[in-house]
Design a protein around this ligand. Structure first.
Ligand SMILES: Cc1ncc(COP(=O)(O)O)c(C=O)c1O
Length: 279
């Protein structure tokens, strides 16, 4: 494992220690970002940094680095990692303070960052698709912020794993929001449907890129609420994320999605997405 970054210094992971009174540890009071890197070039870097800025603003943690410094840090992390395909992880907490829910005064945010090799999704997932389950979305109402307080997502993903599935798709008030750690798009009557970007889901960068690809290549799509019944009669379902790209879901709650194999729209989107990585 290459060195990680903590509060201004690179060091071996074992030495990167945070005081127990860090509010990230005590309250989950922090935000994070994950950026995919191909051929040592971060994909959609500006968008990831925009989202980080927005998450920090949303939880009122002052941005500890300038954009130039973030970029420099990311470049250093990439240069230190031997593999060319990586995922960069950035993490900012409100810092170390006596335990009190309200914001402490004059606390310096903790900044942690690392990069590690990123394996592509297993070939079998792309050839056959994966299993997913559904569950009530019991998260909070600020899911557009990428916060480190992920307990609900952790519980939901664990339910999927225990059911032998790869992802848990979340339903709030009869509508699809996203997955426990991914966005979800579906194809209904030949149209790609994407749940709208609002406070109920994370504005995924991969989701963004996929919709831009759809627009550019005349794949019909709509960004609009997707009802549970549409989800259940979809001919294709796919999950998107920076680390797993676009993965077809071919079994939902034990029932085949469409014909039970990855569909044409998902395959087309994936092949076009692959081109973004190596322009
Ligand atoms: C809850 C949630 N939604 C969506 C995504 C996908 O976002 P992105 O495409 O930016 O990785 C993630 C990524 O991990 C996530 O955790």
């Amino acid at each position: 494992m290459s060195d990680v970054y903590l509060n201004g210094r690179f060091m071996p992971m074992e030495q990167a220690l945070v005081p127990v009174m860090d509010r990230g540890f005590i309250f989950g009071d922090g935000v994070y970002e994950v950026i995919p890197v191909y051929d040592r070039i971060p994909l959609a870097l500006e968008r990831h940094l925009d989202r980080l800025t927005n998450s920090l603003k949303g939880v009122r943690i002052p941005n500890p680095l300038t954009r130039t410094d973030w970029k420099m840090l990311i470049q250093q992390l990439i240069a230190r990692e031997p593999e060319a395909v990586q995922s960069v992880y950035l993490h900012v907490t409100r810092g170390v303070a006596a335990r009190d829910h309200a914001f402490p005064k004059d606390t310096v945010p903790t900044v942690f960052a690392m990069s590690k090799p990123m394996a592509p999704p297993p070939a079998e997932w792309l050839q056959q698709g994966v299993n997913a389950i559904t569950h009530d979305d019991f998260r909070w109402l600020k899911c557009h912020l990428k916060t480190t307080a992920l307990l609900a997502n952790v519980l939901l993903r664990q339910m999927a794993v225990e059911a032998g599935a790869v992802e848990c798709l979340l339903i709030r008030d009869g509508y699809l929001t996203e997955g426990a750690a991914s966005n979800v798009l579906v194809v209904v009557d030949g149209i790609l449907l994407a749940p709208p970007r609002n406070h109920l889901l994370l504005p995924g960068i991969t989701y963004d890129l996929v919709l831009e690809i759809a627009a550019k290549h005349n794949i019909p799509f709509e960004e609009r609420p997707v009802s549970e019944s549409e989800l259940r009669r979809a001919s294709e379902i796919m999950m998107t994320s920076s680390t797993r790209e676009i993965v077809p879901i071919t079994v939902l709650d034990g029932r085949a999605v469409g014909s039970g194999v990855p569909g044409p729209i998902g395959k087309k989107l994936l092949s076009l997405y692959q081109k973004l990585k190596h322009p």
